[in-house]
Design a protein. Structure first.
Length: 454
């Protein structure tokens, strides 16, 4: 029987109400059964679920008397401090490819090894024939992360050996996806811009002699032009987003899905789905929206009292999105500082000077400092709070003329290097499917025949 729209909507609303009632769990039960919600214990420390050699994230230090106290944040890739890695590239143009090599193979490459690796990535930096027309331009989406998932899953069909999860084959697939991800993201954006926004369609091929960061800029910008500082800052941002331990949501997703023995394309698509969420990869966009709101309502950006008053109102859920959050502030592990944010802030300042955006940069600095004070005082936090990498990344991407639709895909373009390293590590050391436990807290009931149900 066909329902009229009014009846259908009424019946659907009734089902929604049933769903709301059936899904509620008494929150006190989480404490009663000592459930580690979010795989974190009561003091916020992550539950140990695995081992890794790929990267180390630390925001504490051990004192001589055995206590753990907050410290400046430290991030290590394969044992190397991120500050040393970035500092070592200061006199060279680009380093993302070198960092990808380090994450995948565990050692820094020699000059010869790096040259060959860059050549291999360049060979992979193309899409199958007619892929752009047949896949990217068919049913374009307004969300580029969904497009990335669609494209990655479709690449399965173009792989002659997609189900082979031997390390050699997974590495081949990983290198292909690392090289192709910028094309998938930028081409998807141009297609969206053409079909949904009515702009001219521009598809520019990557150039083999350019780095990944340079190719991103020349493929994205309508005139294909960019400054050397723009390319350098983007390269640094990609390095800082390439990896962050096995416990972040999307990388943990990589481990969980890989532990089932599934194919590489399915694993990467799952990780992309995780990264899309605003609590993970979409956080930098939320920071940018927050600053637009601050810029609109705080009339004097150098007036600390006015900034403090507005941030306190934000924490009181009176303004912006009424969430009570200052976005970009705080981290699950870092305390006094996020090593990535410290580095990116420095490059953001350099770019702000070139882009004549120093006034806006000062506002970011003020909000970072005053926001920390407001949060620690008003929320009575048990550990120090610091700006995380999302605080400055959206500002940087805006100065690089990246559209907001590509903010989270930029994260994915970088993080797929880390995902790939973790997938290989899981397969190389696995054998057990990841399966945590859930405690049943419902009640057992007797079955009733349909005609006996009230």
């Amino acid at each position: 029987m066909t329902m009229d729209p009014e009846t259908r909507d009424r019946e659907l609303q009734q089902l929604i109400e049933y769903s709301r009632k059936s899904g509620k769990i008494d929150l006190t039960l989480y404490q009663e059964y000592d459930v580690k919600r979010g795989l974190r214990d009561s003091n916020g420390k992550g539950v140990l679920t695995g081992l890794t050699e790929i990267s180390d994230v630390d925001g504490f230090r051990n004192t001589p008397d055995g206590n753990r106290v907050p410290s400046e944040g430290r991030l290590y890739y394969q044992g190397y401090n991120i500050n040393d890695l970035i500092g070592g590239m200061r006199n060279r143009r680009f380093g993302f490819e070198e960092i990808t090599y380090l994450l995948l193979f565990g050692d820094l490459p020699t000059e010869e090894q790096l040259g060959k690796f860059v050549d291999i990535l360049s060979e992979f930096r193309s899409l199958p024939e007619e892929f752009t027309r047949d896949v990217i331009m068919k049913a374009p989406s307004t969300n580029m992360m969904n497009m990335l998932q669609k494209c990655v899953l479709t690449l399965y069909s173009y792989d002659d050996n997609p189900e082979d999860i031997s390390i050699s084959n997974v590495l081949r697939q990983a290198l292909g996806l690392i090289a192709k991800m910028p094309l998938l993201a930028v081409y998807s954006y141009h297609t969206h811009r053409h079909y949904h926004l009515g702009h001219n369609l521009i598809i520019r091929n990557p150039k083999p002699e350019l780095s990944l960061a340079e190719n991103l800029l020349q493929m994205l910008h309508p005139d294909g032009q960019y400054t050397q500082l723009e390319a350098k800052v983007l390269d640094i941002a990609l390095i800082l987003h390439a990896e962050h331990g096995g416990g972040n949501n999307s990388t943990f997703t990589t481990h969980v899905v890989s532990s089932t023995g599934t194919d590489t394309y399915s694993a990467v698509a799952a990780s992309l789905g995780s990264l899309k969420g605003p609590k993970h990869g979409g956080a930098n966009l939320k920071v940018l929206q927050m600053f637009e709101d601050i810029e609109e309502h705080v009339h004097n950006w150098d007036n600390e009292d006015e900034i403090r008053d507005y941030l306190n109102r934000m924490l009181d859920k009176e303004v912006f999105d009424h969430s009570g959050l200052i976005y970009g502030m705080g981290h699950a592990v870092y305390t006094l500082s996020d090593a990535r944010a410290v580095i990116l802030k420095d490059y953001a300042h350099r770019l702000a000077v070139e882009k004549d955006a120093e006034e806006e940069f000062r506002l970011y600095e003020n909000v970072e400092r005053i926001g920390r004070e407001c949060m620690e005082k008003k929320l009575r936090l048990v550990k120090p709070v610091c700006a995380n990498v999302d605080f400055y990344s959206g500002f940087v991407y805006s100065m690089l003329d990246f559209p907001r639709e590509l903010f989270t895909p930029l994260f994915a373009i970088a993080r797929i290097s880390g995902w790939s390293a973790h997938r290989i590590e899981e397969l190389d050391n696995g054998g057990k499917i990841i399966r945590p436990a859930y405690k049943y807290v419902g009640r057992h009931r007797h079955y009733k025949q349909l005609e006996d149900r009230a």
